[in-house]
Write a protein that binds this ligand. Structure first.
Ligand SMILES: [Zn+2]
Length: 126
């Protein structure tokens, strides 16, 4: 039987990759500068992600609002997608029997696999 001596696990800094040689064994960063830099980068990524989602939501809203203004009650997802509408991004979702009721801020619509219909603004915000 051969026993391989296990090397002691030395944690590494999540930011710079240096070994953390002192402090608690669950320490994640080697110094305050690395911890702050890591926090700021994650906060920035989160802000960028949120901004991207909001941009899609505003674009979707614009498309839906134009449909309402043009008195269009039903539209197929293919043509909406070509207008920049992203069907998977919404602010609310509710399953109503066989239907999927989706929302984009104060606009509601029913979504099927291929189209949306009953596009309307909600008047009652309660
Ligand atoms: Zn570090």
């Amino acid at each position: 039987m051969v026993y391989v001596k296990q090397a002691r696990h030395i944690p590494v800094c999540l930011e710079c990759g240096d070994q953390i040689r002192y402090g608690r064994s669950d320490k994640k960063f080697c110094c305050d500068e690395c911890r702050t830099r890591n926090f700021n980068e994650r906060a920035k990524k989160s802000r960028v992600f949120k901004r991207r989602i909001l941009k899609v939501l505003y674009r979707n809203y614009e498309v839906l609002e134009n449909l309402i203004k043009a008195d269009v009650d039903s539209a197929d997802l293919m043509s909406l997608t070509s207008l920049g509408f992203v069907p998977t991004i919404m602010t609310s979702f509710r399953k109503r029997g066989k239907h999927e009721e989706c929302g984009c801020f104060d606009i509601r619509y029913i979504r099927t696999g291929t189209r949306i219909y009953s596009i309307s603004k909600i008047e009652n915000f309660d």
